[in-house]
Design a protein around this ligand. Structure first.
Ligand SMILES: C[S@@+](CC[C@H](N)C(=O)[O-])C[C@H]1O[C@@H](n2cnc3c(N)ncnc32)[C@H](O)[C@@H]1O
Length: 538
């Protein structure tokens, strides 16, 4: 019988283009640039800043970091305005969605089972992005649409309404498992607790004891301390049975006001409330900062070398606090001026930041160097940040395959023997993990599958020798530039593949980058610095 079930999904021109299929994205090796790293404090730091296109970089991270990232925050270009003058609007939106989809798919694979992803977006694309995310992460894993108040006063020259919020879409990898941390209780909240009756259990606040879900059994009169009877207001009832209410009254947990004859209220003790509060979904600028705060933070760090679209450190701190604990791994693949990395660093998280622009050098690196030196902007004072820590700076290696002068596909000259081994591990989706004991174990994948890469001619004798050391449940793939006839038939647990022929069709080589449409905002350019200050606008 024909399956007539239709999937609810967003479609657009080019949605299923092979070019953007994650299987076809080339996983590159990451090349550390020791001159740009800052790891005197910790040679073994796992913190990474990667300069390059994030689609390529995310694919490159997959063999090592699949299922390892606790919290992802991204702040992609919002796709407002015209990025491509010669395209019509529908095509531009389609390109944006086509380029976001594979990035989201890779980010999902990188998330740990108890991880979550937080995506900043504005009105223009947020609802399309929500439907796309439902498809990628599963609608059941949608947690919330947080509203962040990014501006503090109206922009009076706005033609229609003055937009003063961004959306932050939140998805869990698995909503059944993921739980956010609580937010710390503020002093202001604690000040509401008093102790007018000198209760030995300490400070308390009183709250209503009636509920609107009516039950006749919970609708009874309560006798006050002065003897008068009080019933719940019409249509409501008490929140518990008469018997349990009497126990609460005996335990001095019900408050009848100073006079002793008011409508009873339940006492809630500070010592008994949760050690924090559940985050709400509207985040005001007083709590987490606004765009101007972010710009001021950038100005203090970089003087006039401004960055147009930073986020305030407090906003990112809130996200990292809710979604992770110390030492967890945080990822931001649209790092911009480096806010997420700087905040994660100060909060003692491990992090990976990816940024394609020149500001990877001019902003991300410079900012983290200042953080390590004890910079006191942003959230530093609140955390008593004293400096320290380390990171390593990486570039994406060139494509593995290039064309020679005759148009043949050959391995790029960049790949010497050591790099070739690493690249083959990535291309075969093995984690590069050379064994100290067995020289022929260069990479490992799930279970006991190993990879050996050699540029020598592989002889039958060598395969037989390796086979004699291979464990019972172990399997091995040997990638070599050439092998003796019969070397691929020595042992059923060992398969032999040729380099580069075996990987030539595994992905698209030679792509420099997969650019998202990034617009230049006219409105932004036209506003002067003073107008910014006055309007609280971007
Ligand atoms: C809105 S900004 C992020 C700002 C950041 N949240 C901050 O606080 O500074 C977006 C960043 O994504 C970067 N970006 C855009 N496309 C990218 C790509 N394909 N790969 C890596 N970075 C990219 C841009 O260069 C820009 O710096």
């Amino acid at each position: 019988m024909k399956d007539n079930k239709q999937k609810l999904e967003l479609t657009w021109i080019g949605k299923h283009s092979a070019e953007y299929n994650i299987a076809n994205i080339e996983p590159r090796i990451l090349q550390e640039n020791p001159e740009l790293s800052n790891c005197q404090n910790d040679e073994n730091t796992e913190n990474k800043i990667i300069h390059g296109d994030n689609l390529l970089a995310l694919k490159s991270l997959l063999p090592e970091f699949e299922g390892k990232v606790k919290c992802i925050y991204i702040d992609p270009p919002y796709n407002t305005g015209n990025a491509f003058e010669h395209y019509d609007d529908a095509v531009e939106h389609s390109i944006w969605l086509s380029l976001m989809k594979p990035r989201l798919e890779l980010l999902r694979l990188l998330l740990s089972e108890d991880g979550s992803i937080w995506i900043s977006i504005d009105d223009d694309e947020s609802h399309y992005l929500k439907v796309l995310c439902d498809e990628v992460f599963g609608r059941d894993n949608f947690v919330s649409n947080v509203i962040w108040q990014k501006k503090f006063s109206p922009q009076n020259d706005a033609k229609w309404l003055s937009d003063n919020h961004d959306h932050i879409l939140v998805y869990a990898k698995n909503k059944q498992i993921w739980r956010p941390n609580l937010l710390p209780r503020s002093d202001e909240m604690n000040l509401r607790y008093k102790n007018p009756d000198n209760d030995p259990r300490g400070l308390w606040v009183s709250s209503d004891m009636t509920v609107k879900t009516y039950s006749p059994a919970y609708d009874y009169p309560i006798q006050t301390l002065l003897g008068n009877l009080i019933k719940p207001t019409k249509g409501r009832c008490w929140f518990t049975s008469n018997e349990k209410m009497q126990a609460l009254i005996t335990d001095n947990r019900v408050w009848f006001g100073e006079s002793g004859k008011n409508t009873p209220r339940i006492k809630k003790f500070l010592s008994e409330v949760k050690d924090g509060i559940t985050s709400m979904t509207i985040w005001t600028y007083q709590e987490v900062g606004h765009n101007q705060d972010a710009k001021k933070e950038i100005k203090i760090l970089f003087g006039d070398d401004v960055f147009e679209t930073p986020k305030p450190e407090k906003l990112i701190q809130r996200i990292i606090h809710l979604a992770s604990n110390e030492n967890d791994l945080i990822l931001d693949s649209f790092l911009g001026s480096g806010t997420t990395a700087a905040v994660a660093h100060k909060m003692n998280r491990r992090y990976i930041g990816i940024e394609m622009g020149e500001h990877a050098y001019s902003h991300c690196k410079v900012r983290l160097d200042k953080v390590i030196a004890g910079e006191q902007g942003g959230i530093s004072k609140a955390l008593n940040w004293q400096g320290g820590g380390a990171y390593k700076f990486y570039e994406l290696a060139p494509s593995f395959i290039t064309k020679d002068e005759f148009g043949n596909s050959v391995i790029d000259a960049f790949y010497n023997d050591a790099k070739l081994i690493q690249a083959m591990c990535k291309l075969m989706n093995f984690k590069y993990q050379p064994s100290q004991e067995q020289y022929w174990k260069h990479g490992v994948s799930s279970g006991k599958n190993y990879l050996f890469v050699t540029t020598q001619i592989l002889t039958c004798a060598l395969v037989a020798q390796i086979a004699s050391h291979l464990g019972e449940n172990e399997t091995l793939i040997i990638c070599s530039k050439n092998f003796e006839s019969g070397a691929d038939k020595i042992d059923a647990r060992i398969s032999v593949k040729k380099i580069p022929q075996s990987v030539l069709k595994s992905c698209n080589f030679g792509k420099k980058e997969y650019l998202l449409p990034i617009k230049e905002s006219k409105a932004l350019e036209e506003l002067s610095e003073n107008e910014f200050e006055e309007s609280g606008d971007e």
